[in-house]
Design a binder for this molecule. Sequence first.
Ligand SMILES: *Cc1c(COP(=O)(O)O)cnc(C)c1O
Length: 366
Amino acid sequence: MSIMVTRSSMPKLEDYIEEIKPVFESHHLTNMGPVYKKFQKQLIDYLEVPELSLFANGHMALEVAIHALGLRCESGEVITTPFTFVSTTHAIVRNGLKPVFCDIKPDDYTIDTGKIEELITDRTVAIMPVHVYGNLCDVEAIDRIAKKHNLKVIYDAAHAFGVKYKGIGAGNFGDASMFSFHATKVFNTVEGGAVAFRDRKYGEPLHELKNFGIHGAEDVTEIGCNAKMDEFRAAMGICNLRRIDECIAARAGAAGRYNERLGNVPGIRLCTPQKDVLPNYAYYPVYFDECVFGRSRDDVFEELKKHDIFARKYFYPAINEMTCYRGQYNRNTPVAHDVSQHILTLPLYEGLSQEEVDRICDVILG
Ligand SMILES: *Cc1c(COP(=O)(O)O)cnc(C)c1O
């Protein structure tokens, strides 16, 4: 039996059917209907955030969030990291802004806050850090820098569903945070996403921009797009949200087994638990130091593949090395470059058994 890097959590079919029955009766399929509103309220409660807008996917949520915060401007710069999924940078560039890449920390792979200020210019409009793998950025340092330089902060919190810092939901930091509900994430609505925010004034622009920029009944005031979450995805979200705690607990079990097997192996570096952070076990990244471990990341990747086990070089290459961006933006991010060449995320999902984790570790430690 092959083991994939992830496997989507799903509700019981009967539960889903129960949830979509009213949709079949009402014929109200999309446009912020009753299921959308019910799901939105449940998510606000679960994530403990003041405000939340639901989207068709995480990427459009991020793209629209930048627009809604009024950041689109000629020659504006956004400080971000190259060690993330390409969506983060695409969202900046597709808004006409310029990404300025800041390096990451070697221990948790989030933005190195000690290197942000040297990148700030009079064109900088925002910081877009990533809670990569569900590891929380240094939100306090970022907040201080943003306030000092009057910058907006939008977190790519695609990986941080349910993560808390000092008991506060991850979606409470910065001006806005984007969560992704893609099928491969800790929590899914098949495709889907959300923007969490504190300032109510962003509610209307987010709402209108994801609906073509339509304002009221008879006017269009912005050049928006279509990125609304429909009733069927919202229903999937309601069903999966009921099971989220057991789903994260199952991930924690598998991650714990990995820790036991890989925790004290010379040349293998794991993410250490972050202080004051309640984790969600979204990914299991492993850094292979070839000189000490004896085999490279790519060797381990190929060996696993031979055994029908599919890990992922996540994130490789770094975004400033990708064909679409190479040579256009700064590439002086040596830590991100190094990590992208040594990191492998191992299979981790709700149904992954201890025996399967052992099978994976046996191949790695072979
Ligand atoms: C998944 C992901 C996104 C995009 O979310 P989608 O819901 O797939 O559009 C953005 N950023 C990061 C870091 C992601 O992992």
